[in-house]
Design a protein around this ligand. Structure first.
Ligand code: ARG
Ligand code: ZN
Length: 847
């Protein structure tokens, strides 16, 4: 049943042209297709032609006008070689599908009376018979027939009349980039003039009533288009670019050619309804999907094993964009925190897999933090290793050589090897080996000479018992004991299990600032005293290293509190105070430093250090640390809450968002000392969602906020996206022993529409992300999540399988918890109707 990378075969037939007609109806949509096939000169001749198709009712099919007698099976229609002409031919079919009953949100489905599609990775086969694989690229022409007012598909509009519209996409594309939308929609329209002088019409389509929440997305789109021209020389290639917001959507968004479809949570924003974090996510995702036009659409993937070719690169590009739009320092720290929280967690457990997996059962299960975020880190490392200029040269070569092709990671590495004139075969192992490498740094100081011994070790991961050494770029600088930079950043290339680097003629023993900018996705083990960490926190020239020094101090103190109740030392409290009040530092950066490592991060680091994490002890210790910090810093926190107010009209830009972040971080901390007095004021005065929601969360976190909860509900009950926050926060901030019961009760709420992925995630996903609540020793959290995953699996396997990853850390915990989780996972798996998606995930988790 698994599919293997090693088994790749080129397609037997290529497609020269696709023509589709959709006669839309909720339960009886007819899809007429006319597909021009030609034998693939690069394939073994004489093969059958397999057309993928799932859940289609075949009405009629023919080849060059001759009716077809073949009968489809559960995977599609096989046209036997002997029955096919050896020259190009036209296949025609008519099928019937029922979008209304499609709760899997894959293929053609309905959301609030509107038709929409999601085809990546393999949804097109639920629309019509087709070679549904990314290495078959063709131009599409689409006719949509429906009484709904707005009818959209890929490419440029050609003609329309009452009840129909035709679209033409001249750019050959794989079927996963097909899209169709029909509904009662309103557009916010803008224009962009490309650097070649072409005018592009930009539309953000939303349901009536949401028009006031589109301005930010449109602005972000224009900035993305300009940025891709300026930084990568990439120009848009159609007359029109449409974005549609859809309430029911499995993922964040989809880069369909010329017709991006978005989860409405990733497009709609106004000051009153969206937080600064939502605005930033929208900016990033708009850019991400737009950037796919070149890295994904024009140059696509040969097969789904190469997914990171487009996703890792496009994430890297959106990270660069966000750094340019906002702050590189803050963006880098945020990205590293996300990488550790999601990808390191994945890499350390049973779901670990390489950036380029070697096999899969269901490809939707591999849209992971490893493929996306670690994939982006690999590109960042390549750029660091070859330098900025050669990075740009490699990308130019990539676009020039591979435009219009379906490519592999080998093609990608080759342009770098050529542009940089260096052998990158060892670097390529990063794509093939799973797991987070551990790098150990040992210092030896003698007579003005510092000797650094660097070692690397990669632990076994499922299916990969032995690992080869990787090429790891370690950016490192030396800082004097007074904080002055003694040696600016050098990139050490660690390419064997152990290497020694020496630095001579040093006036005094320096403080080593290693892994600046987080130059490689590794766990660094480097014993440093708190005095050394304080030097780096106070003075390092690299903002990430400053942040990291503070983080190391916090982690060390929290480990001590968790393991033997040791109180935090006063030096730490003082270091935090110095950061808090240092007005030369970006408020956003200060907010990040003030935030303590989260409970799951602590469980991860304790486990890596050889301990069995106890979720209750972690929660209690972290809570105590917050109280002690709050008491020690109370006057300064109060001052910051006042100083960081942002008077005037709400502005979502990085400057104001940073001030609000620090203000809320301060109020949140202070709530542990003042019972939430300040937070209550912020809530009462807020004219924007960032402060309203942030203050309410601060109250919930200290066991208060029930009046605010009622008020919030009353105010926002008609807004789906804000109500997702209302559902989610009550679970996320519930007292650990109450969390499963709070979530349970919310699942009985009239507004709990469990088939909507955003709402399901808000309740069940939030419980899974609340370590002390989810891992409550009674097993109530596990049971509730499993019950709901079983329910969701029957309606929407893809979403259910994705949320099942809340269980991926099970082997970290004690024997009792492990047994409880295994029993729930077994219960999920041992059902006759367990989906392929869920079956693969749970099977891998159980090992
Ligand atoms: N390509 C999309 C993106 O990165 C994600 C779509 C994934 N969808 C899925 N069903 N696996 O923006
Ligand atoms: Zn993407």
């Amino acid at each position: 049943q698994p599919i293997y990378l090693a088994d790749y075969q080129p397609p037997a037939f290529l497609v020269e042209k696709v023509e589709l007609t959709f006669k839309l109806a909720p339960t009886t949509t007819r899809v007429l297709s006319r597909i021009r096939f030609a034998p693939n000169p690069a394939a073994v001749p004489g093969q059958d032609l397999h057309l993928d198709g799932e859940g289609l009712r075949l009405i009629a099919a023919s080849i060059d006008g001759t009716p077809l007698t073949a009968t489809p099976d559960a995977t599609g229609l096989t046209l036997e070689a002997a029955s096919l002409p050896d020259a190009p031919f036209t296949f025609q079919a008519e099928v019937e599908i029922a979008p209304e009953g499609n709760t899997a949100l894959e293929g053609l489905y309905m959301s609030n009376g509107m038709y929409c599609t999601q085809c990546e990775a393999e949804g097109f086969r639920k629309i019509t018979y087709y070679p549904d694989r990314p290495d078959v690229m063709a131009p599409f022409r689409v006719r949509v027939e429906s009484d709904l007012p707005v009818l959209l598909s890929n490419g440029n509009p050609v003609e329309s009349g009452p009840g129909w519209a035709e679209w033409d996409d001249p750019h050959p594309k794989p079927s996963y980039l097909f899209a169709l939308v029909a509904g009662d929609l309103r557009a916010t329209t803008g224009h962009f003039t490309t650097m070649d002088g072409c005018d592009v019409t930009l539309n953000i389509w939303v349901r009536p009533g949401d028009e006031d929440k589109t301005a930010y997305a449109l602005d972000a789109l224009k900035r993305s288009m300009l940025w891709d021209e300026q930084v990568y020389g990439r120009v848009y290639d159609l007359d029109i670019f449409n974005i549609v917001a859809v309430d029911d959507f499995n993922m964040g968004a989809m880069e369909n050619k010329g017709l991006n479809i978005f989860n409405s949570r990733c497009v709609l924003a106004s000051a009153e309804t969206a937080t600064d974090g939502d605005f930033a996510a929208i900016e990033r995702i708009i850019a991400h999907e737009y950037f796919h036009n070149w890295t994904g659409n024009r140059i696509t993937c040969r097969d789904w094993f190469q997914l990171s070719l487009k996703e890792g690169l496009t994430v890297f590009r959106d990270q660069q964009f966000m750094g340019d739009m906002r702050s590189h320092a803050v963006k880098r720290i945020d990205d590293v925190l996300t990488l550790r929280a999601r990808q390191f967690r994945e890499d350390a457990g049973p779901l670990a897999h390489p950036v380029r997996p070697e096999s899969y059962v269901e490809i939707n299960n591999f849209y992971t933090a490893t493929v996306y975020e670690k994939g982006a880190e690999l590109i960042r490392m390549l750029r660091l290793l070859v330098g900025e200029d050669r990075y740009r040269a490699a990308l130019d070569l990539y676009f020039e050589r591979h435009d219009g092709q379906a490519c592999t990671i080998e093609d990608w590495i080759a342009v770098f090897a050529e542009a940089a004139g260096r052998d990158l075969s060892q670097f390529k192992r990063w794509y093939e080996q799973a797991g987070t490498p551990k790098v150990t740094l040992l210092e030896h100081w003698e007579d003005g000479t510092l000797t650094l011994t660097l070692r690397q070790y990669s632990a076994p991961t499922p299916g990969q018992p032995l690992k080869e050494p990787l090429l790891i770029p370690v950016a490192l600088g030396l800082v004097g004991p007074d904080g002055a930079e003694l040696m600016p950043t050098q990139v050490l290339e660690l390419d064997s299990p152990e290497q020694v680097f020496t630095f001579t003629d040093l006036p005094a023993r320096p403080v080593v600032s290693a892994l600046r900018g987080f130059s490689a996705p590794v766990v660094l083990e480097h014993a440093q005293s708190s005095a050394e960490s304080n030097v780096l926190l106070g003075h390092d020239t690299d903002p990430f290293a400053r942040f990291e020094a503070g983080r190391n101090l916090a982690r060390h103190i929290l480990h001590g509190m968790i393991l033997d109740g040791a109180p935090p030392n006063p030096d730490y409290l003082n270091a935090m105070r110095l950061v808090l009040v240092d007005d030369r530092l970006d408020p956003a950066f200060r907010a990040l430093v003030l935030r303590l490592p989260g409970e799951d991060e602590l469980a991860q680091s304790l486990h890596a250090a050889g301990h069995t994490p106890n979720p209750d002890a972690i929660h209690a210790a972290r809570r105590r640390a917050l109280c002690l910090l709050a008491e020690a810093l109370a006057p300064d926190l109060t001052r910051m809450v006042n100083a960081m107010a942002t008077p005037g009209a709400y502005n979502p830009d990085a400057r104001d968002a940073g001030r609000r972040a620090l203000r809320l971080a301060a109020a949140g901390l202070l709530a542990h000392a003042d019972g939430g007095t300040k937070a209550r004021d912020i809530f009462a005065q807020a004219d924007n969602m960032t402060e309203q929601f942030g203050a309410w969360c601060a109250l919930l976190a200290v066991g208060a906020g029930s009046a605010e909860s009622l008020q919030f509900h009353r105010q926002w009950q008609a807004n789906r996206l804000v109500m997702d926050k209302w559902f989610g926060a009550q679970v996320a901030f519930a007292q650990p022993d109450l969390a499963p019961a709070v979530a349970e009760e919310l699942t009985r709420h009239a507004g709990f529409d469990w088939k909507n992925p955003n709402r399901f995630r808000a309740v069940i996903g939030s419980l899974g992300a609340h370590p002390a609540g989810f891992h409550q020793s009674s097993g109530a959290g596990y049971r509730l999540v499993a019950d709901w995953l079983i329910r969701l699996d029957t309606a929407n396997p893809q979403a259910a399988a994705r949320i099942s990853t809340v269980f991926e850390t099970w082997s970290r915990y004690d024997a009792e918890r492990q047994a409880l989780i295994r029993a729930e996972l077994t219960r999920i798996l041992d059902r006759p109707d367990c989906s392929r998606d869920m079956g693969e995930m749970v099977g891998r988790m159980l090992g």
